[in-house]
Design a protein around this ligand. Structure first.
Ligand SMILES: Cc1cc2nc3c(=O)[nH]c(=O)nc-3n(C[C@H](O)[C@H](O)[C@H](O)COP(=O)(O)OP(=O)(O)OC[C@H]3O[C@@H](n4cnc5c(N)ncnc54)[C@H](O)[C@@H]3O)c2cc1C
Length: 459
């Protein structure tokens, strides 16, 4: 089918304005926040408003063998939503209604284009809590976070997006509309297709509605921050907190390279000199928060903290979080460009992981700083380099590739939360045995026999 044919079919079936095939519109929706190159030039942007309209698009695309790339806010960091040659870019941001906040059953039912922070606010307004909290919450859509199984800073206590997904309404590649399970808390009839679709990066189905678990509102967030004279001491303290009975809602680490970068970037960030690692433990316990903070502080002191700062009110805590928020901008500012890793290892391998990452800078002649969600073993090593220097660009990509390999060698994964997309395809062989990849491709073929959904990604 020619480009004109499918677009004519869709124009006659969809409301006016649903299709935009202008170069500007296609270009604007062609790459995500990773900056990775698109896999060709797409055919048009399609903006459905209802599940039925999504079904119309997929039915026509499947019949014509035209690729479809489901898209949320394009805040992804793996190129997963990037354009594919000849594709329809299915922009779901217009399906952005919170359909229901059900206080009795503690669930929210939402369309995929709802922004995560808007959902969190709506839950908060009725005294409930939506736990998934990626740093991109003000940008990212529910559909995108479900499709990438997004993480964030609160995973040590609340888990990842998957843990909040009760059921999904999906449009399959052939246009059929299905719901994965009832919205009950329990339910084991059939296979768990909800879990399979969560994290599938738009390759199995289009999420058109999600029922999400809400929790009772936690207490106010309070925290303890400490700096240590070595990375070893910081990681040991983090592991001791994580192994204790007082579970933090957030446990974040920064290494010495990041601390220096933060001090350069923002001299009033308050990083004490001599600090070789930085830890922040937050509690949001509704009761027992004082005991949590006492326990974190005691552990930090036992591990030789150079200084300890306790934040009892939100403004003070926000000041402590500022250093963590500067991880990416401060590292990027060192040489103008950066590659942001997303490796995850079992907590027992964390020390080895950070030590090996620390050696990468010298090995490749770039700067590698490490920070991230140490509480769940998910680190964001950042490779800083000068994009104008071809040798540095090559070295940075080699170092970035090596980060994935090190995580895999330590029994971990190259991606804890950002996904595979197109950025990490080359490292999949190092992680998934051949037979497992084969099984995954077979599953993909069952969902999408003609291979129209987000081809060239994930597998
Ligand atoms: C500043 C910043 C901070 C970030 N912090 C975090 C973080 O803390 N944790 C984290 O995990 N990620 C983080 N990210 C990455 C990104 O925000 C997440 O991957 C997010 O889940 C992407 O959502 P999106 O709406 O932008 O989706 P997109 O980037 O548009 O798409 C992502 C994937 O989802 C698929 N998709 C989108 N909508 C649907 C749908 N309705 N049905 C089926 N598939 C769909 C796409 O095909 C693609 O594969 C961050 C990004 C930025 C820029």
């Amino acid at each position: 089918m020619t480009s004109g044919d499918i677009l004519d079919t869709l124009r006659s079936a969809l409301p006016d304005g649903a299709i935009d095939a202008t170069d500007a519109a296609v270009l604007a929706r062609s790459i995500d926040a990773s900056g990775a190159a698109a896999l060709g030039v797409a055919r048009a942007v399609v903006r459905p408003r209802t599940t039925e309209e999504v079904a119309v698009v997929l039915r026509a695309a499947d019949a014509a063998g035209v690729p479809v790339v489901p898209q949320g806010a394009l805040s992804g960091l793996a190129g997963a939503a990037n354009a594919v040659a000849g594709a329809l870019l299915l922009d779901l941001t217009g399906m952005n209604r919170i359909l229901r906040i059900d206080v009795d059953n503690r669930v929210a039912v939402v369309q995929p284009g709802v922004i995560v922070a808007d959902l969190a606010q709506a839950a908060h307004d009725v005294g409930l809590f939506y736990a998934p909290d990626p740093a991109s919450a003000a940008l990212a859509t529910v559909g995108g976070t479900v499709a990438t199984n997004a993480g964030g800073m609160r995973c040590i206590k609340y888990g990842v997006t998957r843990d909040a997904v009760r059921s999904l309404e999906l449009v399959l590649a052939d246009g059929s509309i299905v719901r994965t399970r009832p919205d009950t808390i329990k339910g084991v009839a059939g296979l768990d297709l909800t879990a399979l679709v969560v994290g599938s990066e738009g390759t199995l189905a289009v999420v058109t509605e999600a029922t999400l678990t809400l929790l009772p509102a936690p207490g106010p967030s309070r925290g303890v921050c400490a700096v240590f004279p070595s990375l070893t001491a910081g990681v040991a303290a983090a592991n001791a907190v994580a192994a204790g009975v007082h579970t933090p809602s957030t446990l974040e680490l920064l290494d010495a390279i990041v601390l220096d970068a933060v001090s350069d970037y923002q001299p009033d960030a308050g990083i004490p000199s001599g600090a070789k690692s930085w830890l922040l433990a937050i509690t949001d316990s509704a009761s027992g928060a004082d005991a949590d903070l006492d326990a974190f502080e005691a552990i930090f002191r036992e591990h030789g903290a150079l200084s300890v700062h306790r934040a009892d009110d939100p403004a003070d805590l926000d000041g402590l979080l500022a250093a963590r928020r500067l991880l990416f901008p401060a590292m990027r500012a060192l040489r103008g460009s950066s590659l942001n890793g997303d490796a995850s290892v079992p907590r027992s391998r964390l020390l080895e992981m950070v030590e090996r990452l620390g050696a990468l800078g010298d090995e490749f002649g770039v700067i590698v700083g490490v920070g991230g969600h140490v509480g769940d073993g998910n680190l964001h090593p950042v490779v800083a380099f000068d994009a104008a220097d071809a040798a540095q660009v090559a070295a940075a990509h080699s170092a970035y590739q090596r980060i994935s390999e090190i995580a895999q060698e330590l029994g971990g994964t190259m991606t804890g939360e950002h996904g595979v997309g197109i950025e990490k395809l080359a490292s999949l062989d190092g992680e998934l045995p051949v037979r497992l990849r084969e099984v995954q491709r077979q599953i993909k073929r069952i969902f999408d026999p003609n291979g129209i959904l987000n081809p060239g990604k994930k597998y």
